[in-house]
Each structure stands twice: as structure tokens, then as C-alpha cells.
Write a protein that binds this ligand. Sequence first.
Ligand code: NDP
Length: 484
Amino acid sequence: MERPFFTVQHYIDGMFVDGGPRFEVFYPATNEVIGTAPEGGRAEVDAAVSAASRAFKSWSRTPAAERRLVLKRFAQLIRENEADLAATESWDVGRTMRENTHGYIPRIAANIEFFADFAVTHGSSAYPMDNGYINYVLHQPVGVAALITPWNIPMLLATWKLGPALAWGNTVVLKPAELTPLGAWKLAQLADQAGLPPGVFNVVNGFGPESAGQYLTEHPGVRLISFTGETTTGKAIMTVAAQSLKRLSFELGGKGANIIFADADLERAVNISMRSSFFNQGELCLAAPRLLVQRPVYEQFVEKFVAATKALKVGDPFDHSSNIGALIAPEHLQRVEGYVHGVRNSTAEILTGGERPLLPAPFDKGNYLSPTVIVGTQHSDRICQEEVFGPVVTVAPFDEEDEVVAIANGVSYGLSSVLQTRDLGRALRVAAAIEFGTVWVNDFFVRDLRAPFGGAKQSGIGREGGHYGLEFFTETKTVCLSNV
Ligand code: NDP
């Protein structure tokens, strides 16, 4: 695959501009430089927030049906550019094209389309009182939204925030992760082509602390912040944002459990577990890397799961036979390997993986780790408590329902988990008892955009999706109307 070179720019007030020193963008699969992006500072953040504030005056008053038209054009352009966007995401993240072409880009378009429609069809409610008065509720745009996204699924998360923010009449400044600036830049090009008015959607590239990210979160012109990223970053943003009491929505880290009861369809359970363990090289907040298997099927499950893991092909993201791509950066690979090395010094056992695979040049320079399955860990071990964010899972047996609920809940995170059983009563009981924002029963990663999404405990604050997003992205106003 011929390597492109991306000269990324900011998108401010409807113009693609430079600003700040340039930093290099690396292809995770080879660690070659594939582009540069500008590091925005206060000047670029100020310019973007000013543009967004000016645009807010007209965009917020534009009828939702008109906003829908332009957002639908944007979504249509995303669909028409599926091949280019899928490739961009592979260059950016190192994820395989195989995963990018299985509904990934259509879902990005759907994030925009769904909220464009939803904002037209959902909104006001009215409460007639016994005395003839009427109270009615308006949902009005809030102002300039800062959207801050991580590097693992850049375009999906950017559109997940852009869709509701824009559909409900806010204007936005998006700050993508420094490691993956390509997707936001491509999306800005398509939004521009779709005719989104200048200033409605801005992108400022840069870093986090003492850079574009922090400057955005402390900017007095920003009214709300939708942030996805690490829990520690969320805490830092909350501290800064408290100074001007900004509205916050946080989607943070995760450490999901994948609970497999003995009555589950074992073949299906293995397939689901492959996805919930290794999708996006395991660099997924929603991943469920703690596999908990009921003892009667434990040995059988481990045998099948390890065989399926060994069959995964690690390598060139653009080779459609590759199942597992590269981790985002050398430092991250080392961090993930650190957890594996910790296991080597314990009584736990690595059944497969744990090594850098031998790949032909130029992929021998990439950030690859073979998918890794570990048994014999203790639930209190670091690897079972902390977010590893790589293709590394632990498998442990359990006996009783209460026991597995306690293990699943025994972490500080609470984003999502997977539950596999054919017993409906058990599914209902356990889904209610485990402390996670989303529970998948007999599947993974399938969610209606009307449903709320967000995390319990250290995994987030608030929910987005459907009318839950409406609550966050609009100011709710009650008008009390007298009948005299
Ligand atoms: P980070 O928290 O490091 O970064 C996320 C974004 O915040 C980046 O754009 C980053 O910029 C920016 N940022 C960093 N520090 C600050 C700051 N002080 N002020 C403002 N912005 C800042 O997360 P990662 O990019 O490492 O992403 C991985 C994390 O994201 C994992 O913990 C994962 O679980 C979580 N995540 C959660 C999801 C969910 O839905 N709950 C979904 C996907 C990921 P820069 O890149 O320049 O540092």
C-alpha cells in the first residue's frame, strides 16, 4: 500500500489554516511519519471559540429542519467517502481495514443522521395544570461546545458528539487526540463541502495539558464540554472547568467483565468473546478483557478461545486477511507489555501471545503485540483492576452467580460488560446486579442510538444518546403560561 502524506490543518471559521509549530503524525503499523499537524495554542483556540460564538447567533436560530438538511448532506458525504475514511482511520489508528469496513463508517454517518432527525422529532413537552395554566418545556441550544476525543476510535467518537451538539443548535470546537488528527481533519473537509456555515464546526489540533485541550476547557467562551478519554484526564478537566462552572459530560475508562455461564451457547460465546476482547487491538473502552467462565465449561471454553486467538492474523492493516492491527504508539505498546511482564513474575500463566510477533518489513517496526490470553491471575492483580487497553485478556473460573457478580463489580470502573447465558431469569438478575452503564446479553457492541450511553463509577459522568443527549446538549427551560 503506497503511503500518503497528510498535511493536517486546523479548521477555523470555515477556513483550513495553519497555526503553531507542526508535530509529526506516525503510522502505528510501521512508525513511519505519514504527516504533520499544527499544535494550536491560545491564539487558535481563541479564534475558534470566537468563530463558534459568532456562528452560534444564527445557527442556534436556524430551524432544526434546516439544520437537518445540511447535517444530512454531511452524513451523505461520509457515506460516499467510505473507502477514503476507512483508509484514513487505518493510517491514523493502525486498526485493520477488515474492521473498518464492517459497518464502521456507516455508523459514523448514522451518528450524524440520527441526531439530525431526532432534533426535529423530539423536544418540547407540556403540562396542563388543573387551574387551566400550562407549563411547557423548551430545549434550547446552550452555546459553544468543546468536544475532546481520544485516539482509539477517533471518527466514531467525534461524530457521536458532533451529531447531537450540532443538531440541537450548538456550535463546536473539536480537539482530536494528538496521536490521531487525521479523522477530524477529513470530517471537517466533508462538513465544509456539505455547506455547514463557517464557525459552526471548528477543529483545533494540539496537545492536552498546557496546550489546545486545556486552553479549550478553561476558555470563558465555552459553555459545555463533552470529553472522552482517560479517567485521570477527566478529573483534570473537571478541576479546570469548575472555575467557570461549565456543563460536563464524561465518557472515561473501562474494565468490563465478560461473564460466561455454563448454559451459554459455547461456540457463540467464543465468537462474541473474540470481539469483546480483541476488537480494535483491545484498545477499546468498551472491551471486556476479564473473562469469567462458570466452572463446568471453563476448560472447554479456554481450549476453544485459545485456539481461536491463535488463529488470529496479526499484521498489515491494509491486508484484508489481517485480524489484528498495531497499537497506537511505541510507548503505549511498552505500557501494555508492562502488564504482561508483571504476569511473568507471578504464578499466572500466559497460554498464548505476550510476545511481539515476527512480521516482515516494514511492519517489524510497528507497535504489534500478539493477542494474549492469561489464566491463573488473582482478581486483585493490577492486570485485572487497571485498564490495559491492548490485546490482553485474563480468564478465570467461577462457581456461583453471587460470586461472579461480586467479581465483576470489584473494579473501580463501570462502563460496560458482557453477559452470556440462555437462562432469561439469570440474564435479568445479573444484568440488574452488575454496576455498569451498558450490559450486553449474548452479544457485543450493538446499541441503538436512542439508548443512553455512559459509565458508572469511575467510567464517566452523565449519559449521551437519544433524549439523554438532549438533556446535555440543550438548556431546558420551563415556561409557565397563565390562562388570564
Ligand atoms: P486521554 O485522556 O489521554 O486524552 C483524551 C483527549 O483529551 C485527547 O484529545 C487529549 O489530548 C486530551 N487531553 C489530555 N489532557 C488534557 C487536559 N488536561 N485538558 C484537556 N484535554 C486534555 O485519553 P487517550 O487519548 O489516551 O484515550 C484512551 C482513553 O480513552 C482510555 O482510558 C479509554 O478507556 C478512554 N475511552 C473512553 C470511551 C468511553 O466511551 N467511555 C471511549 C473511548 C476511549 P492529547 O491527545 O493531545 O493528549
